[in-house]
Design a protein around this ligand. Structure first.
Ligand code: SAM
Length: 281
């Protein structure tokens, strides 16, 4: 996938320009998001049109002009070519998602992780997804596990609105409750002590919310999926560093790290890592 972009642009750009193209791009429904380096800015129109011509389902091309940022983890985008439309429908693991790429966080690169978590759930589990975005993890879990109930929390009203739409699109609105608010407050006020499992997919800040995640667990027992970003020279070192950091972060609770894995590389030598942490005796 990563080399496709360089390949399709090889007849449009010079070899020197091709060497500057960032090969990674995201295809979300009918929208392609690329990174266009400054020296190629003047070529953005032709880059966009070539992408539309070669990648058939694509109807719109946007350039990402900032990293994901802010409380809502959204990125700045610049329209490049095709239809100006920032809302699209994306399909994953038999589920449909309406996604607003301008106002909500979304990454197709978490697809394997979403399936992994869904497969770990058992019958009749109650789950809290503290940072649910447009509802992807929650809805995939609910579709695969017909007996679970999920509190799907996000502080971004646009993400919550999309999550409500997506639960209905997938027929799981009775078991996925989309709640708009700060996960800490929602847990304290509405769901403390109710959950068997808690998802914390906010790697930049998850350590700030550990007490809230534990508070959500039934009798202080259950599994927390804890996501972090780790900078390290190799994947093995990153995994070891994550384990040691997570031991410290969960130090005051009786806990066992069940499994740690690299989810993806998010920058040069920066890895997104998840640990499945079992809390309680
Ligand atoms: C990395 S995204 C989540 C991605 C999502 N799980 C997915 O698979 O697409 C993090 C989300 O957390 C939300 N968020 C950030 N701080 C929050 C908080 N204190 N309480 C609830 N949601 C929060 C953001 O609005 C954003 O949608």
């Amino acid at each position: 996938m990563a080399h496709i972009l360089k390949k399709i642009l090889s007849e449009t750009l010079t070899p020197d320009e091709i060497s500057q193209v960032c090969s990674a791009f995201d295809m979300i429904g009918s929208i392609v998001i690329v990174k266009i380096p400054d020296p190629l800015k003047l070529k953005k129109q032709i880059i966009g049109e070539t992408i539309l011509h070669c990648i058939k389902p694509a109807k719109s091309v946007f350039a990402q002009t900032s990293a994901v940022r802010g409380d809502y983890r959204v990125r700045s985008l610049e329209f490049v070519a095709g239809e100006y439309n920032t809302i699209t429908e994306y399909r994953e693991h038999g589920c449909k998602f309406r996604v607003d790429i301008e106002n909500t966080y979304f990454s197709p690169r978490l697809s394997t992780e979403r399936l992994r978590i869904a497969k770990l759930t058992s019958e009749n589990e109650v789950i809290a997804n503290m940072f649910a975005g447009v509802g992807t993890f929650s809805i995939i879990i609910a579709k695969m596990n017909r007996t679970c109930k999920i509190y799907s929390i996000d502080c971004n009203p646009s993400a919550n609105e999309m999550s409500i739409i997506n639960t209905k699109l997938n027929g799981v609105q009775n078991r996925v409750l989309s709640i708009c608010g700060n996960a800490k407050d929602v847990i304290e006020d509405q769901i403390r002590g109710q959950c068997d499992r808690v998802l914390m997919p906010l790697p930049e800040r998850s350590s700030e919310f550990v007490d809230s995640a534990v508070l959500a667990l039934k009798g202080g027992r259950g599994v927390i999926h804890f996501y972090v970003h780790v900078k390290a020279n190799s994947k093995n070192t990153a995994r070891e560093k994550a384990d040691s950091d997570i031991q410290n972060i969960f130090n005051k609770y009786q806990h066992e790290i069940l499994h740690t894995r690299i989810v993806r590389e998010v920058g040069p030598r920066v890895y997104q890592i998840v640990s499945d942490v079992c809390i309680g005796p």
